[in-house]
Design a protein around this ligand. Structure first.
Ligand code: FMN
Length: 168
């Protein structure tokens, strides 16, 4: 699959099969995430895969996203930033951890797609509920929850702005 086909194939999957993910595929994805660039190479990220092997934590994580479809996901990758580690631009004090995380998370999603897996970026989770109910990750702030597994739906048509509206 060339890169354009990979970009076309990745989509936000909201319906998953109850199938386990092979370890070699997870290792491949982990390595693709590890190789992501970051400002001043600070790599201010931690990733944790949560599934039914930690049922209590898995339930608490899923409960922070108030949509029924999250119940069917076989695993979720917590994508967390450590702002204390990230590079901050001195001209305007802008921390770059969110940008760093976004790159690594998209590596995750594209690598998963290449491996025949499906993902979905989820940022619309209740961050306050997360901090109130989950204490395992001091100093870390979740940026996105990424469900991962085998899709149980079909990729929808890509809806994107026209080229002329995007590239000037
Ligand atoms: C930063 C970000 C946050 C997102 N948060 C959510 C979310 O909370 N819930 C959800 O269902 N989809 C979420 N999405 C998925 C977008 O809705 C989706 O990427 C967009 O509609 C384009 O569709 P596609 O990913 O299938 O190409 C998010 C995507 C991004 C990049």
């Amino acid at each position: 699959m060339n890169f354009k086909d990979l970009c076309q194939a990745r989509y936000s999957c909201r319906k998953y099969q109850a199938l386990p993910i092979e370890n070699d595929k997870l290792e491949y994805i982990r390595e693709c995430v590890r190789l992501a660039p970051s400002a001043v190479n600070r790599q201010p990220w931690r990733f944790v895969l949560v599934d039914n092997s930690q049922p209590e934590l898995f339930s608490l994580v899923k409960a922070t996203y108030h949509r029924d479809w999250i119940d069917s996901v076989p695993a979720i990758i917590l994508c967390m930033k450590n702002e204390a580690e990230c590079w901050t631009r001195r001209y305007d004090d802008k921390p770059h951890a969110d940008i760093d995380l976004a790159i690594a998370i998209e590596h995750l999603c594209l690598a998963a797609t290449e491996q025949g897996l499906a993902t979905c970026w989820v940022c619309n989770f209740d961050i306050n509920q997360f901090h109130d109910t989950i204490s395992q990750f001091p100093g870390l702030e979740p940026v996105a929850l990424v469900p991962i597994g085998y899709a149980a739906d079909e990729a929808p048509q890509k809806l994107r702005k026209d080229m002329a509206d995007v590239w000037k």
